[in-house]
Design a protein around this ligand. Structure first.
Ligand SMILES: [Zn+2]
Length: 137
């Protein structure tokens, strides 16, 4: 992954990553291959996606949590007819939230609900790095 794009693009040039200023710490962490979750200091539950108000209790008393990057496959759909084919998935993080993502570097036959997966990051052509998952070692 040592190509020119990785040297010239980053999340600062990505309109999606910059559309919501409150998510900036998330994209900064993603640059370091770290997954951040927003967590609520009132109901003490992490949530996805990052936002200013806790969707579980309505509190604005939220902060960032370093996620383990570990989770399990909650649901998936392999899109064989796409070019290239890809696997869309819901992953339940060990911290609790379920996030929509992609599974990479796996054969469909290896995928089963509940298998452990680990986060990794892929840079989008727009510049931001997005969390995706692969089967855990
Ligand atoms: Zn809350």
């Amino acid at each position: 992954m040592d190509n020119l794009d990785n040297k010239t693009l980053d999340f600062l040039s990505d309109a999606y990553a910059n559309a919501y200023p409150e998510t900036k710490p998330f994209w900064e962490a993603a640059e370091k291959d770290e997954l951040l979750l927003k967590t609520c200091h009132d109901c003490n539950k992490p949530h996805w996606y990052p936002r200013m108000i806790c969707p579980l209790c309505g509190s604005a008393n939220t902060g960032w949590l370093n996620a383990s990057g570990q989770g399990t496959l909650y649901a998936f759909s392999h899109i064989e007819k796409a070019d290239p084919p890809y696997t869309l998935a819901y992953v339940q993080l060990d911290e609790g939230p379920i996030i929509m993502s992609n599974i990479i570097d796996a054969e469909v036959s290896q995928l089963k609900i509940g298998v452990p997966v680990t986060v990794t990051f892929q840079r989008m052509k727009e510049g931001r790095k997005m969390p995706v998952f692969r089967l855990s070692e």
